[in-house]
Design a protein around this ligand. Structure first.
Ligand code: DX5
Ligand code: ZN
Length: 222
């Protein structure tokens, strides 16, 4: 997926949607690794964002970077397929949002896309037991999904360490992504607990100088 040990994935939820193509170009040329693309349906979560047409628009605009789609939608399978056709590289979904978790993972991977499972703060890690070996990524939520700019839930740190152990036990190349409230004050402990992939929305797009912010975030975890 990437040779970088640590991946920084800016969440475009906090970008300026009126100039999204330029915003993504800007943040990627400022040293980010992945585009984190948050999809909300006002059903699984109480907010509404962007769909596969916007993903395709970014590709048509010339964005070649890895697009990490985070589906906060119910149901999952049809829109996951639409996102794969629109150019997504990886799709994560929430287990509560599909009737058949194993089938949804398989449907994504059969189309040549990478698959991730997103775990809410109140969701038990036991949902990983029977599917972790099939995953390319575990997306651990450190806020309840639905909005950018929320505070990091401290209890996530224990959970990160537990998922790290589960991933290491598989011996497979599975990334551990943490999403929500990751910023200059929290990223070091998130990395120390075992994460290797960091979503940051407001912490990056809320600043004027993306390059400086991303380099400061990296400095905290190097
Ligand atoms: C929350 C989204 C996150 C969020 C992160 O539902 O999945 O990706 O935008 O935003 P910050 O970094 O501002 O917490
Ligand atoms: Zn997200």
């Amino acid at each position: 997926m990437s040779d970088n040990k640590y991946i920084i994935a800016p969440s475009i939820l906090s970008a300026n949607f009126a100039t999204l193509g330029a915003e993504v170009e800007d943040v990627m040329s400022s040293g980010a690794d992945w585009v984190h693309f948050d999809v909300m349906d006002n059903h699984y979560v109480p907010n509404l964002t962007i769909g596969p047409m916007v993903c395709k628009s970014l590709r048509d605009y010339g964005i070649k970077n890895f697009i990490d789609v985070h589906l906060m939608i119910e149901p999952v399978d049809d829109l996951a397929a639409d996102f794969i056709n629109a150019g997504a590289d990886l799709i994560s979904f929430h287990p509560e949002a599909t009737k058949h978790v194993h089938r949804s993972i398989g449907a994504i991977k059969d189309k040549g896309c990478k698959a991730g499972l997103a775990i809410n703060p109140g969701t038990s890690l036991s949902v990983l037991d029977d599917v972790i070996e099939d995953l390319d990524l575990v997306l651990l939520m450190s806020v309840n999904p639905g909005f950018g700019g929320q505070s990091f839930i401290e209890g996530t740190l224990n959970k990160i360490a537990k998922v790290r152990k589960m991933i290491d036990a598989t011996g497979k190349d599975i990334r551990l992504e943490v999403d929500g409230g990751v910023n200059l004050s929290t990223i070091a402990e998130v990395a120390k607990a075992g994460a290797d992939t960091f979503v940051a929305g407001s912490a990056i797009f809320g600043t004027d100088n993306y390059e400086e912010t991303i380099s400061n975030l990296r400095a905290q975890i190097s």
